[in-house]
Design a protein around this ligand. Structure first.
Ligand code: IMP
Ligand code: MG
Length: 180
């Protein structure tokens, strides 16, 4: 069992970051039709906090992209297990993601969404993690940047655990554990 969690972001710090992102998004999309697409499961808390700070009307949908199964290292395979259900043709899309690591998930999601002919696609990510990036990708809105570390809490899981934590923590493996 994992026991060592090092604090990275408090819930107060997270609330501040989310409010700032929402202010920027509200300003940028003023008077335009915006669809937020949350990436399940990890982004469910971030998206629900973000929308409550927006001052513009939005539509909300979710996709589910699965690349990690029950492990913490990327297989490189991205499966779309829940498609978009609202019509995004001609609308501005903002993908809301918990974390970008290798970048493989977000790049394949963008390819999928492009085929549905939105007016434009941008990406809002809570955590941009650089060290393991495999494709060139820069998000349009970034909450917090870091180089490395396996993070949990605020929607992020390690083998489906810790999503409920209000803060973000780095998981530190104990001697017997196999980490990415
Ligand atoms: P990517 O395709 O490697 O960019 O991976 C993106 C997905 O991997 C995220 O949506 C998360 O589900 C998962 N992931 C990557 N790094 C972490 C982490 O530090 N903690 C928890 N999940 C992570
Ligand atoms: Mg995710």
């Amino acid at each position: 069992m994992l026991t060592n969690l090092t604090p990275v972001l408090t819930k107060e710090k997270i609330a501040h970051i989310v409010a700032e992102l929402a202010r920027d998004i509200s300003n940028d999309y003023q008077g335009r039709q915006l669809v937020l697409i949350g990436v399940l499961k990890g982004a469910f808390i971030f998206l629900s906090d973000l929308v409550r700070h927006l001052t513009i009307p939005v539509e909300i949908d979710f996709v589910r992209a699965s690349s990690y199964a029950e492990q913490s290292c990327s297989s490189g395979q991205v499966m779309l297990t829940k498609p978009v259900e609202i019509d995004i043709e001609g609308k501005n899309v903002l993908i809301v993601e918990d974390i970008i690591d290798t970048g493989l998930t977000i790049v394949s999601l963008i390819e999928y969404l492009k085929a549905l002919k939105p007016a434009g696609i941008k990406v809002c990510v809570f955590i941009d993690k650089h060290e393991r990036r495999k494709v060139l990708f820069d998000a349009d809105y970034v909450g917090y940047s870091t180089d490395r570390g396996f993070l949990v809490g605020y929607g992020l899981d390690y083998a489906e655990k810790y999503r409920h934590l209000p803060g973000i923590f780095e998981v530190e493996p104990t001697a017997s554990e196999d980490m990415p």
